[in-house]
Design a protein. Structure first.
Ligand code: HEM
Length: 406
């Protein structure tokens, strides 16, 4: 398919991580900071652009993907071409979504429920006898990765390779113990990016020879408006899936279980009536907003709420702030599982709204159902404070003590 140009490494404003260096206390409880920004400086100038916190201003940005582009300058993940569909602007973007949306439609995703139940149970089996677990290392990191391997028709033995590739892009500094944005970190991230292209290239070679009942085989045969995806297109989709589809679910599981560990009454409500799980997930997606924000690049000089934004500057949209904006939702600071309507933006908004939201919701529902059925009582050991990472709010070390159901 026709596509955007390769990544220009020298691009002005090429993104640094806007959340690097965020205070861990703020990452754990960002809602007061969001309120303070909305009240005092809703469009706040920062080094390379602005941070936007009110729903009314964020709507302006998300509704105009031409002026506020999601192109390769928005986020640098060491990819050599734009990631598909995230870094493709309209009108090309629509062609890719037309092809991908049906693969991730609710009806398609629902077919996976049984295998997801089995994956969740198998993981729980590995620690249920112990009465304690590192939730992050033994469940929330592994579960979405196993789901994805299943979608791609890859064996579970590939799990460590997947985790290495994902972490090498998302948190390279933590993998090799170097400083964020140092030359060493950057080199490791680049090498990881090369290994991702090579990995999927080799799997695609195998699928060219013999199709399987998996997503990669579907990509090879898919057409939109009579056009097939090129090999590069498929690689650029796979690269994005690895980055967008694993950590986000892990972080959401961490945030949801972190919240429920600290709020036993709401945890018990779920155990007593599992039918409230879908509503609880929506409310915790809103309140916790595990993906704190997304970034756009201004393609021309413009302004937001009177604040000038120059061409090439970044616009950091704080999704977590939109979700707790009392101007849109009067009781936004109350966490309740009985909302009739919950129009949160935890999956983003506008044309780039999350492609995998139905899959993510199914993964979350399955995880919460299986977990609370088998492990109704759990808490973080006394004296331990959970530390959340900024940007994508996961918890690297999440000790939990629990009592399994009889
Ligand atoms: C609870 C889990 C998840 C959360 C919170 C989440 C959140 C988001 C957000 C906020 C965006 C918008 C990015 C932007 O506007 O810059 C997004 C886009 C995207 N997400 Fe998710 N996501 C989740 C799970 C998944 C999964 C499981 C997949 C698997 C395919 C996925 C694939 C994508 C893709 C491909 C895009 C780009 C869509 C486009 O540009 O048209 N996400 N996600």
């Amino acid at each position: 398919m026709e596509r955007a140009a390769p990544v220009d490494e020298s691009a002005e404003g090429a993104a640094e991580d806007p959340f690097a260096g965020m205070d861990p206390e703020m990452a754990a409880h960002p809602q007061p900071m969001f309120k303070m920004l909305r009240d005092s400086m809703p469009v706040m100038p920062v080094e390379h652009g602005v941070v936007v916190t009110r729903k009314v201003d964020v709507d302006v940005v998300l509704r105009d993907p031409v002026i506020f582009s999601s192109n390769v300058d928005a986020v640098d993940l060491s990819n050599i071409r734009p990631l598909i569909p995230l870094q493709i602007d309209p009108p090309e973007h629509k062609k890719f979504r037309k092809l991908l949306d049906p693969i991730f439609a609710p009806r398609e995703v629902a077919k996976l429920e049984e295998s997801l139940n089995a994956a969740a149970d198998e993981l729980i089996d590995t620690f249920i006898e112990r009465g304690e677990v590192d939730f992050s290392k033994e469940f929330s990191t592994l579960f979405p990765t196993r789901v994805f391997l299943g979608l791609l028709g890859l064996p579970v033995e590939e799990l460590p390779t997947f985790l290495k590739m994902k972490d090498g892009i998302i948190r390279p500094h933590m993998v090799i113990g170097s400083t964020y944005a140092s030359a060493e970190t950057k080199a490791y991230q680049r090498a990881t990016a090369d290994s991702i292209y090579a990995y999927f290239d080799s799997v695609l070679d195998q699928r060219e020879v013999e199709r399987k009942d998996d997503m990669l085989s579907r990509f090879l045969d898919a057409t939109v408006d009579g056009e097939r995806l090129t090999r590069e297109d498929i690689l650029d989709i796979c690269f994005l899936f690895l980055i967008a589809g694993l950590d986000t679910v892990t972080a959401t599981l961490d945030c949801v279980f972190g919240y429920l560990s600290a709020h036993p009454e709401q945890r018990r409500a779920i155990v007593e009536d599992p039918s409230i799980i879908p509503a609880a997930i929506e409310e915790l997606l809103r309140w916790e907003t595990p993906v704190m924000g997304v970034v756009r690049i201004a393609t021309e000089d413009t302004e937001l709420a009177g604040c000038p934004v120059a061409q090439g500057q970044s616009v950091m949209i704080m999704l977590g702030s939109v979700n707790t904006d009392e101007a849109d939702l009067p009781d936004a600071d109350v966490v309740r599982f009985d909302r009739d309507v919950n129009r949160h933006v935890a999956f983003g908004g506008g044309v780039h709204r999350c492609l995998g939201s139905h899959l993510a919701r199914l993964e979350l529902r399955v995880a919460l159902r299986r977990w609370h059925l088998r492990i109704p009582e759990y808490h973080v050991p006394e004296g331990h404070t959970l530390v959340y990472t900024p940007a994508i709010r996961s918890i690297d070390h999440f000790p939990m003590e629990f009592t399994a159901a009889q």
